[in-house]
Design a protein around this ligand. Structure first.
Ligand code: AMP
Ligand code: ZN
Length: 500
């Protein structure tokens, strides 16, 4: 573990930045709510998972041994009108629910690969943990916080709140009366003791197709239950970090806290981290209300919301430019400047790599340039230590880049840079770009330009097909390239391509 650095993180539970102290020194247990696999991931989802990827990468960079658990929700997440999202997806596509889950899980993994995110240590599925969820319902009943009603089991929020004052509503910062009037679970109200009670086991209705036997009825677990069951199984009753988008604070995370406290008397996580939303046209990007853009549409520039396509790394850079707790609005202007910023950063790196140490008459002293650059290195790491502020770290890396260019252009004497500072800069720059930020070179042409040459040939053939109005052939080429991970974009400035 890197003991010299102090990591602070903003804990939604206290509403403050706190010094991070893991339960076991050197080890971190982190649980992040994963996707509901009933349709393609949208860019908003990707922002949240890229943000946690950077958090994961920085923890690894500090030499923590991290167990990162991110689940797949493939049952129990209901729509507002009470239908299981998976079952709804399967009806629409005329597929088995498990075919739907598989299709979109594969798509999700592919998108995570394109964005260069690291896979989690464990990726459990809700449907693979039904016995654990049934045990948890039983534990909640045994401790007096769950009651059965007509085959369903509900969490007794009122009793929990009376016996554990201040615990319900603490995470989402809502007062209990507000929660009672806001609860979305309007169906089955007559079965509940109180409108705020939420289902932890639901009795199946005739139309439900994803069902399991339980002591109470044939049915399925409540949505919030899976994360409590799987985080406990893989990380223990209390673990270090729990994360997700801030739209999950209520009811999902609030109810997870209640379920853990209600089943074993312990809080699930010491630190709750919430990412802010990706916006489109100033509004939350969301699948359900159509204000959305898929990553593919963005790569190919095929959306009414944008003027041209952007590469996956330009997008990752776009996300890095904002702190994960700030909202981020998709605009062409923002994406274009991220595209330029990404290229500038990679260019800085190339210039830095080309600098050679000035060893002959080095007198061992530290120059003002050395000190300025060492301060910038410290600023970059301090930015990350301050609740993973990638925007601050990026600004420091950019400022360092200014020095590299000056030295390369001989505006600044190379003697200004001590050999050991140059070595350190090379290590730090590489570490930030590729390890912490998880960026990578795009359009890898190989040193001899073979790939570039071949791509130019293929795109010429495609242009020819289009000129002859052979759109079938043109699409076939584009699809074949997509299959090997190359996205072709027909933008206003012509055709371009990027490797995912
Ligand atoms: P879902 O598949 O809807 O369960 O969402 C998966 C993850 O994406 C959750 O952590 C959500 O909070 C997050 N999420 C959903 N919409 C957005 C958005 N517009 N911006 C950022 N994260 C989002
Ligand atoms: Zn969850």
């Amino acid at each position: 573990m890197n003991t010299e650095r102090t990591l602070k993180l903003y804990n939604s539970l206290s509403g403050e930045k706190e010094v991070f102290q893991p339960l076991v020194p050197g080890l971190v247990g982190m649980y992040v709510c994963g996707p509901t696999v009933y349709s393609d991931v949208h860019l908003g989802n990707c922002r949240t998972f890229v943000s946690f990827d950077i958090i994961y990468r920085y923890l690894l960079n500090l030499h923590y041994k991290v167990r990162y658990v991110r689940n797949i929700t493939d049952v129990g997440h209901l729509t507002d009108d009470g239908e299981d999202r998976m079952a709804k997806g399967s009806k629409v596509a005329q597929l088995e629910p498990m075919e739907v889950a598989q299709k979109y899980t594969v798509g999700f993994h592919e998108m995570m690969r394109i964005f260069n995110t690291l896979p989690p240590s464990i990726e459990p599925r809700a449907t693979g943990h039904i016995p654990e969820q049934i045990d948890l319902v039983q534990a909640i009943i045994d401790r007096g916080y769950g009651y059965e009603s007509n085959g369903s089991v509900y969490f007794d929020v009122m009793k929990f709140n009376t016996e554990n004052p201040g615990k319900y509503g603490k995470l989402s910062g809502r007062i209990i009366d507000e929660l009672f009037t806001e609860t979305r679970e309007l169906k089955n109200q007559e079965e509940k003791k109180h409108p705020a009670d939420f289902a932890i086991w639901m009795k199946a209705r005739p139309q439900d197709i994803m069902v399991w036997k339980s002591p109470w009825s044939t049915g399925f677990p409540g949505w919030h239950l899976e994360c409590s069951a799987m985080s406990t199984k893989y990380l223990g009753q209390t673990f270090d970090i729990h994360g997700g988008g801030n739209d999950l604070k209520f009811p999902h995370h609030e109810n997870e806290v209640a379920q853990s406290e209600g089943s074993c008397g312990h809080a699930p996580a010491n630190y709750w981290l919430h990412t802010n939303m990706l916006l489109l046209n100033g509004k939350k990007m969301s699948k359900s209300d159509g204000n959305t853009i898929t990553p593919e549409q963005l790569f190919l520039g095929e959306s009414e919301h944008i003027e041209k396509g952007y590469t996956p790394m330009a997008l990752r850079f776009f996300m890095l430019q904002a702190h994960y707790r700030s909202p981020l609005d998709i605009t062409d202007h923002g994406l274009e400047s991220a595209e330029k910023g990404f290229r500038r950063l990679m260019d800085n790196y190339k210039v830095l790599e080309s600098l050679t140490p000035h060893t002959e008459d080095f007198d061992g002293s530290e120059s003002a340039t050395d000190r300025a650059l060492l301060d910038l290195i410290e600023a970059a790491y301090s930015g990350m230590d301050d609740d993973f502020n990638t925007a601050v770290a990026l600004a420091a890396l950019n400022e360092m880049g200014g020095y590299f260019h000056k030295i390369a252009n001989k505006q600044l004497d190379a003697k200004e840079l001590a050999p050991w500072v140059l070595e350190r800069l090379k290590t730090v720059y590489h570490n930030f770009i590729f390890e912490i930020f998880g960026l990578k070179e795009e359009a890898d042409g190989g040193s001899d330009g073979t790939v570039d040459g071949l791509m130019s040939l293929i795109l010429d053939i495609r242009a020819n097909a289009r000129a002859q109005k052979d759109f079938g052939m043109s699409d076939k080429i584009r699809d074949a390239l997509a299959e090997v991970g190359i996205a072709v974009k027909d933008g206003k400035e012509g055709v371009s391509w990027a490797k995912g």
